[in-house]
Design a protein around this ligand. Structure first.
Ligand code: ASP
Length: 318
């Protein structure tokens, strides 16, 4: 009898620890490929966008599934999108008024609150890798222009000739300053099995921007924010508005100070952006792997995959 009770108690404890562990091991990733209208794109182009975002979300998820860090996951996802010409980051970055690429990127680690960012870089193949190097190898948060590029050269970050970023279509865009602003800033937020949150964002900025213009993407709190136990956020849209209201940090602070849920905080922050006249969206994840992806534009390319929810990839509103 005593043995049977011990046996049953043993089973009970194993089941309890499985439940506790499964609660502790929530993880997931959300990725975006820019907000805008996505209205004049062919079916072929649309399917390329979808497969790019799919590849990025799967690669980040794989890192998390194997026990990797959220920091590695967001970097891997963003790097994949930087290498695809379709997106407005890395290879596909748009031109400034002077027909040059000036890229911005940032990354933040919720586990220790460290962050790294670069702005106005023109010869860096993957600005997100350089942002991470700034975080890990310097005492600074942001490096810009030639200083950032010299640091990259000294630290083995891949340098490319500016011709690597050549794109006839992007050149036409800036020459005509057509209304069809290229979408495709990229970003990722993730929660790993250890409960650590991270966020990353990378962009070529806005077509025809003034040389030297810095948008929200490399600005901590505006384009990127990660805070353990609270949330991680990556923004996309008209950067000046995100900078003026610190949208990415706002979401986490609404949760922290007002006790809002991730969804409530994410929507409240986008409401504020709308009132300010700004267009765009955010992807967010919290410490329980809940996700939210509000935007006030016609469309935002986005995808998520978590241990609790199957993968979803979307462009337009639900
Ligand atoms: N937020 C980016 C910027 O203003 C652009 C975008 O997300 O489309 O530089």
């Amino acid at each position: 009898m005593e043995r049977q009770i011990k046996y049953l108690l043993g089973i009970f404890f194993i089941l309890c620890s499985m439940v506790i562990n499964s609660n502790e091991k929530n993880f997931g990733i959300v990725v975006h490929g820019g907000a805008g209208s996505f209205s004049n794109i062919s079916e072929e182009k649309k399917s390329k966008y979808l497969s790019g975002i799919d590849e990025a979300v799967e690669a980040g998820y794989e890192v998390l599934l194997n026990g990797g860090s959220s920091l590695d996951a967001v970097e891997v996802s963003v790097r994949i999108l930087e290498d695809l010409p379709l997106f407005n980051a890395g290879k596909g970055s748009v031109y400034t008024l002077e027909e040059k690429q000036e890229m911005d990127a940032s990354i933040m680690n919720g586990a220790d609150g460290l962050a790294g960012a670069v702005s106005g870089v023109s010869i860096i193949k993957n600005p997100i890798n350089l942002a991470r190097a700034v975080m890990e190898k310097t005492d600074h948060v942001m490096l810009s222009g030639s200083g950032a590029e010299d640091f990259a050269k000294a630290n083995g970050i891949e340098i490319v000739d500016p011709s690597y970023f050549y794109s006839e279509q992007n050149l036409k865009r800036v020459r005509k300053m057509k209304e069809d602003e290229k979408m495709g800033t990229v970003g990722a937020v993730a929660l790993d099995k250890n409960g650590n949150l991270a966020a990353a964002t990378s962009t070529g900025g806005r077509t025809g921007k003034m040389p030297g213009r810095v948008g929200d993407s490399p600005i901590l709190g505006a384009g990127t924010w990660a805070q353990n136990y609270i949330c991680a956020v990556s923004s996309t849209g008209h950067g000046e508005f995100f900078m003026r209201q610190l949208t990415a940090a706002d979401v986490c602070k609404l949760m922290e100070y007002k006790g809002l849920s991730l969804k409530e905080a994410s929507y409240e922050s986008i409401d504020k952006l709308t009132k300010l006249g700004g267009a765009g969206g955010i992807i967010t994840i919290d410490s329980k792997a809940n996700v939210s992806m509000p935007f006030n534009t016609k469309a935002m390319l986005r995808a998520y995959k978590t241990n609790k929810q199957n993968k979803e990839i979307k462009i337009y509103k639900d």
